[in-house]
Structure formats: C-alpha cells, structure tokens
Design a protein. Sequence first.
Length: 183
Amino acid sequence: MKLIKEHRKFESAEAYLAFEEKSELRHEYYLENLIEMAGASFLHNLISGNLFFILKMLLKDNNERVFIESFKAFIKEDSIFFYPDVMVALPEGHEYYSTQPVLIAEVLSESTRKFDMVDKFIQYQKLSTLQYYLLIEPEKHFVIIYKKTEENEWEASSFASIADIIELPKLNISIALKDIYQA
C-alpha cells in the first residue's frame, strides 16, 4: 500500500468514481488522500479467491451478494472508499460500490497489516449493516474475526487450527479454515 503524497479532495463521491474509472491504477480514498493499491501475492490471491468461492456457494440461495477485490465499500458520512478483498453485501442499486456490507474480509500483508487492523476497522464500524470483519494471515493458519454483538459492541475471536470452524450465525453459515487455506 502506498499513500500518494498529493492531498486530493473530491467535490463528491461521483467525482472520485469518475476519476477512478479513468485511472489505470486502483485507489482507495481515505481522509482526502488517494491510496494506491498494490498488486497481490500468490497466497493473497489464492485465499481471497477461496473465500469468495466458499461464500458464493454457501450464500447462493440468500439475498446477499458476494464481491471480490474490485468492488468498493463506501462509508458515506466521511466519503471514504475502500476495496475490501472479499465483501458480502445487501443488494443495492450502486454499480461500483456498496454502502451495506454485512461481512468484510481483508487478507493481510506486511504493507497493509496495521492499516487493515486499525484504520480500516475504525471506519468499517461506521457501516450499520456490518456484522463481521475477518482478518486473514496468508503465511500461516490464523484468522481474527470481529463480530458485532446484540449491544452493537465488537467481540474478537481468533482461529489458529486448520481444523477450526468459523461460525457466522447472522448469515446462517460456517466456514472451515482448511477450506480458506485449501489445506
């Protein structure tokens, strides 16, 4: 992840989207800064693809939609656009983004770990529909999941055994770590 030095304020979400559509590179838009999106490693791509496929199959008869990497999450109140690695969202009429994610997953890397674990999570919590935030380590079997409680607090759980099963009761599904990592 590379923070572009140029401070850039767009007049509207539409102005950012028009800029992004014409750009050869993908950029997240965070606190009036463009963040250039780096390419993904083999493991990052494999894990993102595995999780997308798992969620797509488990949710095929549900109302939610599953997206991977190029579809944005939009936090309206601060005009922030992020590209989650994988996102499950309620259906909306937006062509390039969702304001109603239910689950967001980020595959961590050395360059994005702190940003994903702290800055993005702070912003993602502003999405009223968000119920789950998954952080996945690509180099080892380790997943942290934040779940929103009935009191709108966030609880963290970690999974480090390939035999572990992640329960997502608000989506009525469970995911095996072995399937995420193809182990």
